[in-house]
Every structure is written in structure tokens, then in C-alpha cells.
Write a protein that binds this ligand. Sequence first.
Ligand SMILES: [Zn+2]
Ligand SMILES: [Zn+2]
Length: 281
Amino acid sequence: MLTDYHLHLRPDEEDTPSDRSSTTENVDHYLEAARGAGIAELGVSEHIHRFTQALEIWRHPWWQDQARDDVDAYCDFVRATPLRLGIEADFVPAALDRTANFLERNFDYVVGSVHFLGDDAVDHDGWDIWDRREADADEVWRRYFEALAECARCGLFDILAHPDLVKVWGAGRPVPERDPRHYYEPAVEAIAESGIAVEVSTAGLRKPVGEIYPAAAFAEMCVEAGAVFALSSDAHLPEHVGFGYDRAQEFLRGLGVDQICVFERRRRRLEPLGPAAGENG
Ligand SMILES: [Zn+2]
Ligand SMILES: [Zn+2]
């Protein structure tokens, strides 16, 4: 089976109102793209910051700017389609109880992400952590992977999104000189202890870094630690559904992984990795 669970119905850059992206017509385009790519399980995981209820969790100025939609209307809309219902929720360390309350809806899975360290973002120009004069590659990477470890351990999430997102800018931002495995270690330990599924995301192929999340060395450490994997494109457009999946499957098989996680009502099972019969081979 192939899955694409971490996807969005509209681009981040565009301020598309939800009444234009949350339409059955838009969903049909995603479903059609999934069929073409042999993806049997398709789910949507809209960003939590899109929803006004998320302001009860965090009132970051950027969230305040983005929060327009009603999360219950989103859940109702997605439940009326063939899509699995997910959400991409940020790890907000000071608000785990409030995040847990928000997540008490009938999601099939919750994708947990670290986009921010404090008020600064690792993947967002507007709040770029690298704009801080004191930003130092060693410190940013250390803090990022420590936050990722806490995100894995907090128990609120089923899937750990784009696990080494801090590399998103590639050579466009400072990169530490030491072996990256040094930074990965606390996160991999937390993954092993928590049992959270590790996302293999092809989104990195579309970003300046030009590689899959996570790096092969990170994924190898996860395999050694007995982790399981979930597969997604982080699409924001129908044409991104299943993007780079040949490379992702090769990546997983190269690690000796032949099963991926499938979710329903927050229960996980493993299915053999591979496209649905009759489509892409
Ligand atoms: Zn994300
Ligand atoms: Zn996303």
C-alpha cells in the first residue's frame, strides 16, 4: 500500500479562502492524482494555525494572522469525503494540555510538527530564526532536535512530521560542521521510547535542500532503533500528491523497510509498502 496522509488542500503562500479549497471539486482533483499514483490511502492534515480555535493554544502573531477557519466545519467537510481526517499540529511545549483538548476531535491521525523554536521559525522567512544575530548553526540544530525529541515524547501525536525540517534551506543557511548524527541522537532515542511513526516526506525534494526528510543517516538510526514509518508528500496542490514517491520507496527499501503505517481513528496498523495494483505497476 501507498499512503499520502500529510497534505493540505491549499498552498501556504496564497491566502486562498477555505470556501474555495474545501470543495468536493478540489478534493476530487486530489483523489484523481492519488489514483494515478497508485495511492490507496489519502488523508488531509490541514495546519492547526488555520483554525480560530488554535488561538486558545497559542497567540503567536503569525497564527493570529492565519486563523480564520472553524475546525469543526473542517472535520465535518472532510468526513463527508473519502479522505482520511488528519491535522498537522505544532508542538507548543507550554500548551500541551490545551493542544490535547483541541485534539479531542475524531481525527484518524495527528501529525506533530516542530516549525518554531520559541517564537522563531525554522522554515518560514517571516519569522526566520536565522535572522537573529546570535543564531549559531550548532545551537539551532541542537535546539531543533531537542524540541523534536519532546514532540515525539509528549504522546499527543501519531506521526512525527518532516523530522529534520531544520535543513530545509540547504546551503542557504548555516549548517553545523560536526556529524549530524550527534544532533539526531536525542530525537531517535525519543522516537524509540515513544513508538511514534516517523514521517518519510518527499516535500524536502521541492525545497532548497532538495532531499527527502529525514536524511538517510537519521532514517538508518530510526531503523536500528526499531521505528516504524509513515509516507507522505506534504502536498499543497493536487499535482504534488505522491510527488517523488519512486524515490521515497527506493529510500525505504534501501533501509530494509517494507511496511508503512496506516491509520484509522488513531489506531495504527502496518501494511506492505507498494502501489495499488493496476495503477503505477
Ligand atoms: Zn509542516
Ligand atoms: Zn504540512
